[in-house]
Every structure is written in C-alpha cells, then in structure tokens.
Design a protein around this ligand. Structure first.
Ligand code: MLT
Length: 260
C-alpha cells in the first residue's frame, strides 16, 4: 500500500506490473479492492494502479468532493506519480469521474474505459432517491445503505454461486464511513451529463457492461455507443453491476486487448 498527500487528503493506492499504465477507479460505496482480480490479470502486461478515492478504503477525507474535484484530484495524483499518459477505467461512480476527467484532461489519456456506468445526469426522481439515501445513511448508517443496494449490484448467478463474493462485497460497503457516503451521494446527484461530451472525444473509448447490470443496464451502454459510434463495447456475460468483481478475467481481457 502506497500513499500520496494531495490537497489535505491522503490518497492510498497499489500498483503492480510494468508497461503502459492503467489507472482503475472504483464505484460507490466501494474501494480499490473491487479491481483486485482485474489488476492481478492486467498487470501481466501493463502497469496497473488501483486507488482509494478520498474517504473510501484507506484514503482520508478532508473537506469533501464533487465528481469534478475528484477528476482534478486524479490528474494531480497521476502527475505526482509521473505516469505520463495513461489509460483510465472507471466503474460506475468511477465512470462519472472518468467522464469528468476526459472533459478536462483528455490529453493525459491514451484510452478511456467506462465500466458499468452511464453518461446521463440524474433525473429529478433519481435526485430525490439520492436525498432519501442521504437521509437513510444519516439515520441508520452504512449498513442500511449496504442492505438497500447489495441485491441490485450482482448478477443472480454471482449471488447463487459465489457466497464469498457477496460476503466480501457487504464488508467493503459497510466499511465506508457514513460521511463519505453522504458526500458521494450529493456529488453523484449534482453531477452534470456527459453524453454530449462523448462524440467530441478523440481518445479511444471502450464501454464495458455486465449483461445482467440492472443499475447501469446494457441499454445505457448502447446510448453511450450511439453518442460515440467509434466506441467499442464489451458485454460481459454472467456479470451484474460489478463486472470487475464478478468476471475479472473477462474485464481484464477487454481492457488489456484495448490498450495492447
Ligand atoms: C456505483 O456503483 O458507483 C453507483 O451505484 C452509481 C450510482 O449510484 O449512480
């Protein structure tokens, strides 16, 4: 485990392998370990960095964040590590951050991978859902949020066949502090849309989606591809919203094959 201090926050990260760098950004309410299996595979051919966003995993939370401030934080993080140009993959909330990153720092990227995510902003009903969830975490803590989300995050097949994945995921979600959950929910609620950005990008774009993802379903991956027809799409069988956790080899193959 390594650490850098950026603007008052300690960012924890791990790196392995050599070659062209990949930076892998986790979703909500998760941490870098969601990428462990992907990193193990992908690091055979690439340098792979997995990080904990501020307040998640082993990173500390200073004054709070927005999706855009996290994108700027990743730019600073990459500069501090002297990565040069790198490929960026973001899972779900990490995808929102990756989109924001591409909107401001595209020249730092060799490739962009949006995994189990979408490019639309929250609609009014979804914003209300965020506010309800903020209330829930304030009153009942992180476990209540895990209880609410867990069943939607994995494919039925993973739930049936991999009880250890379900247990590890629950522990990861329950370990995220309530304050971080609250700030992340507000950050996601207030993010802008990036669908209109996608056609303007010249960085190669890969869209990865679990075939059984009910949070960011394949139809939303299709909407991204319609906006950016040159994008490549990889649909991962037997995976829900957490394809990197559920099918790490297939996701690593998709990423590795994209930046050969
Ligand atoms: C995530 O997995 O990061 C979140 O479910 C994304 C979201 O709630 O929009």
């Amino acid at each position: 485990m390594k650490q850098v201090t950026l603007g008052g926050d300690i960012w924890s990260y791990e790196e392995q392998g050599t070659g062209q760098p990949w930076v892998l950004v986790h979703g909500f309410p998760l941490d870098r370990r969601i990428w462990t299996g992907v990193a193990a595979e992908l690091s055979r051919t690439h340098r792979v960095i997995t990080l904990d966003l501020p307040g998640f995993g082993k990173s500390t939370l200073g004054s709070g964040f927005t999706i855009l401030s996290l994108a700027d934080g990743i730019a600073e993080f990459a500069n501090r590590l002297q990565l040069g140009r790198f490929a960026l993959a973001g899972l779900s909330m990490g995808g929102y951050i990756a989109e924001a990153f591409a909107s401001k720092h595209e020249s730092m990227l060799t490739a962009l991978a949006l995994v189990d995510t979408k490019a639309e902003a929250d609609n009014p009903q979804q914003k209300q859902g965020r506010d309800k969830m903020i209330e829930l975490v304030r009153t009942s803590g992180s476990k209540a949020v895990a209880d609410d989300m867990l069943g939607k995050m994995l494919s039925p097949e993973t739930i049936r066949s991999s009880p250890q994945i379900v247990r590890d995921l629950r522990a990861m979600m329950e370990a995220v502090p309530p304050k971080t959950i609250e700030i992340a929910l507000a950050a996601m609620r207030d993010r802008r849309e990036y669908l209109s950005l996608l056609p303007k990008l010249s960085v190669p774009l890969l869209i990865v989606v679990g075939a059984d993802d009910v949070i960011s379903p394949p139809s939303l991956a299709q909407a991204m591809q319609q906006a950016a027809p040159k994008a490549k799409v990889a649909v991962i069988p037997s995976a829900g919203h957490l394809a990197p956790l559920e099918q790490p080899k297939a996701v690593a193959d998709a990423l590795g094959g994209f930046v050969a």
